[in-house]
Design a protein around this ligand. Structure first.
Ligand code: HEM
Length: 122
């Protein structure tokens, strides 16, 4: 009994470790929310705020557990999304809201493309 009690923290640690690393679900949910907010935003300051948040959520996503066979392609997609977000932020800074929204639309295309890939078998 005493032995089991001493082993418990170790057993718990072994179970909790992979859970800590987490998968893509959490940062994806946040990204989806902030994307919607960014596209709905009526002023450029709010757009900038939500896009900047998305950018750091992608940084988080890159550290998450991914299917090994798909990891390289997932990272490629996440970097592409970040590139579009950076271009969108640059356009906002230059005062070109229309261009910023075009880059946001490209983020949606990338999302569709990579989600389709994520669903494929293998
Ligand atoms: C381009 C690279 C991307 C990759 C590789 C990717 C990958 C994934 C994967 C694997 C899942 C399933 C996660 C799970 O349930 O375990 C997922 C879910 C999701 N992704 Fe992405 N995604 C990408 C881009 C995006 C973007 C740009 C957005 C938003 C603008 C987005 C929003 C979401 C949302 C809302 C979910 C559903 C989360 C839930 O409620 O379970 N993703 N994505």
């Amino acid at each position: 009994m005493l032995k089991t009690a001493r082993l418990l923290p170790l057993m718990f640690g072994l179970i909790a470790l992979p859970a800590l690393a987490g998968d893509l679900e959490q940062p994806m949910k946040k990204m989806g929310f902030n994307y919607k907010q960014a596209t709905k935003a009526s002023d450029t300051a709010a757009m900038e705020k939500y896009i900047t948040q998305m950018r750091s959520e992608i940084d988080d996503a890159k550290t998450r557990k991914m299917p090994t066979a798909k990891q390289e392609k997932f990272l490629e997609g996440l970097n592409e999304v970040q590139g579009e977000l950076d271009a969108s932020l640059a356009a906002l800074k230059a005062g070109d809201e229309a261009k910023a929204r075009e880059h946001l639309a490209k983020v949606n295309d990338l999302k569709k493309e990579y989600h389709q890939y994520a669903k494929q078998k293998g």
